[in-house]
Design a binder for this molecule. Structure first.
Ligand SMILES: CC(C)(COP(=O)(O)OP(=O)(O)OC[C@H]1O[C@@H](n2cnc3c(N)ncnc32)[C@H](O)[C@@H]1OP(=O)(O)O)[C@@H](O)C(=O)NCCC(=O)NCCS
Length: 185
């Protein structure tokens, strides 16, 4: 079964294909993207995007992941990525995302995160979605808040991205909370 396509007001979240590889390399190759993600390679070399994309269908088939390209409804342009890393036994998934610098601060990631969280609860029948960001990346914390997630704590100096330990700020949302929120919004 292929990764589904999800619609929101301004976005189409769709599966990646190998035809997206050059665009992914161009967008994700920006140091500003790598800097605040946990594992984005930098420099982003030829072939890396193809390798990343080529595992996604199998990850979805075996229930370990769901990765979507974020495209603009109006133009179809690919802007970034959002995905769930799924732990089926625990009925939880970790949300991760990035979007090209040219598209920042227009509410796109908040919109994409809300849509993917709805997918996680409604379609994948998960119980919990969580995410973390470096403390020095407050914009990502805003995305999590905008998506209805609650601050759960900070893991101090938990992760070394480059040379220095980083504080990791955790957010989460439970299915019951999400239901309550959809009723009131
Ligand atoms: C983090 C990221 C995904 C945000 O995407 P985006 O589409 O710009 O997000 P949105 O426009 O939906 O929301 C951004 C929010 O951050 C806020 N923000 C932006 N810069 C900020 C800053 N320096 N300090 C505090 N808040 C900031 C915006 O005001 C907005 O919040 P609001 O809607 O409450 O006003 C994007 O910057 C990115 O891809 N960064 C690099 C990769 C990355 O960090 N990924 C996440 C790893 S956890």
């Amino acid at each position: 079964m292929p990764v589904p396509t999800l619609l929101s007001q301004r976005l189409i979240l769709r599966p990646f294909t190998l035809a997206d590889a050059k665009r992914v390399q161009q967008l994700a190759g920006d140091y500003e993207i790598a800097d605040t993600t946990g594992h984005m390679p930098h420099p982003y070399l030829d072939g890396m995007a193809e390798e990343w994309i080529s595992t996604q269908e199998q990850d979805f088939a075996d229930g370990s992941g769901a990765t979507f390209g974020i495209t603009l409804r109006k133009t179809g342009e690919l802007m970034g990525a959002i995905g769930l890393s799924i732990h089926g036994h625990d009925r939880r998934a970790e949300l991760g995302y990035w979007i090209g610098v040219a598209y920042w601060n227009r509410g796109y990631m908040s919109e994409a995160a809300r849509r993917v969280i709805a997918y996680a609860f409604e379609d994948l029948k998960l119980n919990r979605v969580y995410a973390s960001h470096f403390a020095r990346n407050p914009a990502s914390g805003h995305v999590m808040q905008n998506a209805g997630m609650t601050y759960e704590g900070t893991w101090r100096q938990h992760f070394v991205r480059w040379t220095e330990p980083e504080d990791l700020v955790y957010y989460g949302i439970l299915k019951d909370e999400w239901k309550a929120e959809t009723i009131t919004r």
